[in-house]
Design a protein around this ligand. Structure first.
Ligand code: SF4
Length: 241
């Protein structure tokens, strides 16, 4: 269950989680991979200094919407140091969050680009870019504690948007550890599927905005807008009640 801290305490606590994330070395395979990607780079970014470290969550400490992704991209978050920033998935996601009123601008290209989230916080299940975009179950389990700590400090969240099945299962595992959802059984996943989790909290599922999904039309801007419209309707109702 989220705590009801004051805004300043929440900011401090979220900042502490971010510091711990950035210094984490718990997964040797991922740490070595991120460093190597940051050293070698790709041609189009060869003049940039890569972040190369774990990537913390980002957003409004008083968020009512928590967005959970899978992991940073090798030349996206692992380059820029901000989650969903500097890659096509981020372009898609933040444009949608902007249309839905959660982001101050539709683009997310670098830390310090002026982007502000309003009422939303974005985090990933694993905070280090994984080879082939696939963290192992052990690496996900290693990292889940950071999401649990953020969850405990984001006391105003009433809607969670899980980007992909793995992100949804990871978030549900965090809730299970708090006893919030039944220990057994798997919640159904599908784009637009939603689950009420009690106390006004609703979990929304979406396909992940990876190029694999957006280039093939499996996930379109219209489909993402529809889910975010449902999120906004839920948040309006929960504010009124
Ligand atoms: S994935 Fe998470 S637990 Fe593993 S090294 Fe990165 S920050 Fe640490």
């Amino acid at each position: 269950m989220p705590l009801s801290n004051g805004p300043r305490e929440r900011r401090d606590s979220i900042a502490r989680v971010a510091r711990d994330v950035v210094g984490c070395e718990r997964c040797p395979r991922l740490r070595a991979w991120c460093r190597e990607v940051a050293r070698v780079k790709v041609k189009r970014f060869r003049d940039q200094d890569y972040w190369g470290r774990p990537v913390p969550g980002f957003g409004d400490p008083q968020a009512r919407l928590l967005v959970v992704g899978l992991a940073p991209a090798a030349h996206g978050g692992n380059r820029t140091g901000r989650v969903f920033t500097g890659d096509r998935s981020g372009d898609f996601l933040f444009a949608a969050l902007h249309r839905a009123g959660f982001a101050s601008q539709p683009t997310s290209v670098a830390r310090g680009d002026g982007l502000r989230l309003r009422g939303a916080y974005v985090a990933a299940l694993a905070r280090c870019a994984p080879p082939a975009n696939k963290p192992t179950p052990e690496e996900i389990a290693n990292c889940r504690g950071y999401l649990a700590r953020e969850w405990a400090r984001l006391g105003d969240v009433r809607a969670v948007l899980a980007l992909g099945r793995v992100a949804m299962d990871g978030f549900v595992a965090v809730l299970r550890e708090t006893g919030r959802v039944p220990a057994r059984g798997r919640l159904a996943f599908g784009h637009g599927v939603a689950h009420d989790l009690g106390d006004g909290l609703r979990l929304f599922a979406s396909y992940h905005p990876s190029q694999q999904n957006t280039f093939t039309g499996k996930l379109t801007a219209r489909k993402m807008d529809a889910v975010l419209a449902s999120v906004n309707r839920h948040l309006s109702r929960s504010r009124a009640s």
